[in-house]
Design a protein around this ligand. Structure first.
Ligand code: ATP
Ligand code: MG
Length: 152
């Protein structure tokens, strides 16, 4: 199913991410599609919040992966911007997490599309203007009841 949302500020995107995070059971792969500054890291901050984790989420640009533990389930936040080969991907530990309860949130998932599991939840973020984002989730009915509750 495809679910569409429009956010009008970074804090609304965090709130939407929180709704998504609350609905995760563990082991999901969340693949972001969206360019520079779309709001992928911002949304991940909300997802961490919804999972009961620290919301001090920063871009994994240099580390390639940041791991957040201490909640019901852990979150691994990847930045695949510079990943161009299966060997590169291997070094991030992506495959090691795949069969665990850890939730994977993947920025620049376009770069590893052949490695994404079949049941990947895709989160597309399109920049409409400075503060407006169109956000499309491709996932199961768990995300159906979010409606506009993220608007606060
Ligand atoms: N509706 C919105 N949703 C998300 N971010 C927004 C929104 N409106 C403005 N912004 C701003 O856009 C920027 C998004 O930055 P963020 O780091 O989350 O993007 P990103 O997609 O992770 O970028 P990168 O590709 O560089 O990693 C932030 O400065 C945020 O405040
Ligand atoms: Mg980012």
């Amino acid at each position: 199913m495809t679910y569409e949302f429009t956010t009008h500020s970074a804090s609304e995107t965090v709130a939407l991410g929180k709704c998504i995070g609350e609905r995760l059971r563990g082991g999901e792969c969340l693949a972001y599609v969206g360019g520079l500054g779309a709001g992928k890291t911002t949304m991940t901050r909300g997802i961490a919040l919804g999972m009961g984790l620290d919301d001090d989420v920063t871009s994994p640009t240099f580390a390639l992966v940041n791991e957040y533990r201490g909640g019901r389930i852990s979150l691994c936040h990847f930045d695949m911007y510079r990943i161009t080969s299966p060997e590169d991907l291997e070094t991030t530990g992506f495959y090691d997490y795949m069969d665990s309860d850890t939730v994977l949130a993947v920025e620049w998932s376009e770069n590893i599309k052949d490695a994404l599991p079949e049941d990947t939840v895709y989160i597309r973020i399109e920049r409409v203007d400075e503060e407006t984002r169109k956000i499309t989730i491709n996932g199961d009915e768990r995300f159906a009841d979010i409606g506009d509750r993220y608007l606060g």
